[in-house]
Design a protein around this ligand. Structure first.
Ligand code: AMP
Ligand code: GLY
Length: 418
């Protein structure tokens, strides 16, 4: 089997790493990949959003299917385009990907089908949004409708801050057209977690869960990032809670999308808040999470290529999927200054000095002309280990991560601690 994986983060390195364990997989191509994927697959110099060139590469290399990592190509309709051209691809159609690419669509769907979520209203006119915000009690949650690389959510602590955020989104077009509509919603408090299911539109796999850490510094301080670490499974996730989440959120959402002529195929990612009133949906994503993928795929006991093929061919009902009970922890090493400005091209040392059962997934890395691994982005590596307990996995990661170095490197020291 030949597979093309699209993307360049640690999530995609983990996807390639898992696919590589399949006995059926002979060759994996990655577009564009990073220095980590280059060690186990063939990188192609094609951007993850360049759909025409990705399509040509899939065809030319006669891949059996393509696996899409990030949301941007999904929202741009890569799946529809590949299918139109007779190419098999894992991921939702553009219509189904609206569950992530349009917060207005996603909130309307949840409100219409009674899927628990924060009460909300959508606005297209600044004046209406401003008048509504002035009647709310902080904290006030504001969300740009479209994709904004994780930066389109503001939790305003005062009405003034909320009005100023509305100004940036709707008038100054901080996120371009993504901010033409905004959702204003109720603030939820509780424990936050991510849940992932595979679905072919009808069948839904057993779920797997994880928590991620968005703030850059220990104790959840500092600005938001793409994610500084994660662990799986969450210790507060019980079977009873799992049943509620599947029955109240995940199954009804897959059914609602089918009802709306947007049948879902791929991985559905629910971002949840476990409140005192039960689980509520913060958002849905149309793909695997980053950094959650780095800690869930090591727990997957089934061949990922088999699962992807079963989803694509709509026979997930015949496919077994098993997650191990072990715990897994991943800590992200980031460039000095990230999520603000940072330097790149810095040599990374210590990658070969790690214990055998510790895995490093690359994100912003590349090989320099000398063949040395150097930094090439904000989030550089995710260091991952498994154990019988979260505490064991955590200790293993931290024992090893200190052996890796590059100038300015930083990471959180409290991942999986709370
Ligand atoms: P999102 O981009 O929708 O994932 O939102 C980013 C983060 O903002 C989430 O991970 C939550 O921590 C937080 N957030 C979003 N919506 C709410 C809400 N209604 N109440 C509390 N926190 C929220
Ligand atoms: N872990 C957050 C995301 O993948 O969007």
């Amino acid at each position: 089997m030949k597979i093309l994986v699209i993307g360049s983060g640690a999530r995609e390195h983990a996807i390639v790493w898992k696919l590589k364990q399949s006995r059926q997989v002979e060759r994996i191509l990655v577009a564009p990949g990073n220095a980590g994927t280059a060690q186990i697959a063939d990188n192609l110099l094609i951007d993850a959003t360049d759909i025409p060139r990705l399509l040509a590469a899939a065809r030319q290399n006669k891949v059996d299917f393509t696996f899409v990592g990030p949301e941007t190509p999904l929202a741009a309709g890569i799946v529809d385009e590949f299918q139109k051209n007779g190419l098999a691809i894992f991921g939702p159609s553009q219509a189904a990907a609206r569950i992530e690419s349009s917060k207005v669509f996603s909130k309307n769907l949840m409100h219409t089908y009674g899927i628990p979520t924060a009460a909300s209203r959508s606005f297209t006119a600044f004046e209406d949004a401003e008048a509504y915000v002035k009647l709310q009690k902080p904290p006030i949650v504001l969300k740009a409708d479209g994709l904004a690389a994780g930066k389109g959510v503001v939790i305003a602590q005062s009405v003034e801050e909320a009005v100023s955020a509305l100004n940036s989104m709707m008038r100054d077009k901080e996120f371009g057209e993504a901010g033409a509509q905004v959702v204003i919603e109720e603030y939820l408090s509780g424990r936050e977690m991510s849940i992932f299911v595979f679905s072919d539109g009808v069948t839904i796999s057993p779920p797997v869960t994880a928590c991620d850490y968005k703030r850059v510094f220990d104790g959840n301080n500092g600005p938001n990032t793409g994610g500084m670490g994660s662990f799986s499974p969450p210790d507060f996730y019980t079977d009873i809670l799992g049943e509620r989440v599947m029955n109240e959120v995940m199954r009804p959402t897959i059914a609602a999308l089918a009802q709306e002529n947007s049948t879902y195929s791929g991985v559905l990612y629910g971002g949840l808040m476990i409140t005192s009133d039960g689980p509520k949906t913060i958002e849905f994503n149309c793909r695997l999470g980053d950094p959650e993928t780095q800690v869930i795929l090591p727990r997957l006991e089934t061949d990922l290529a088999d699962i992807a093929a079963a989803v694509i061919e709509r026979r997930l009902d015949k496919q077994e999927i098993a997650w191990s009970r072990k715990a897994c922890v991943g800590v992200v090493m980031a460039s000095g200054g990230y999520p603000g400005h940072y330097r790149t091209g810095l040599p990374i040392t210590g990658l070969t000095d790690l214990d055998k059962d510790v895995t490093v997934f690359h994100a912003g890395t590349k090989l320099d002309p000398m063949g040395q691994v150097v930094t090439a982005g904000g989030r550089v590596l995710t260091v991952v280990a498994s154990g019988e307990t979260l505490a064991q996995a955590r200790q293993k990661v931290y024992n090893n991560i200190s052996r890796i170095g590059f100038e300015g490197a930083h990471y959180r020291s409290d991942i999986a601690k709370f």
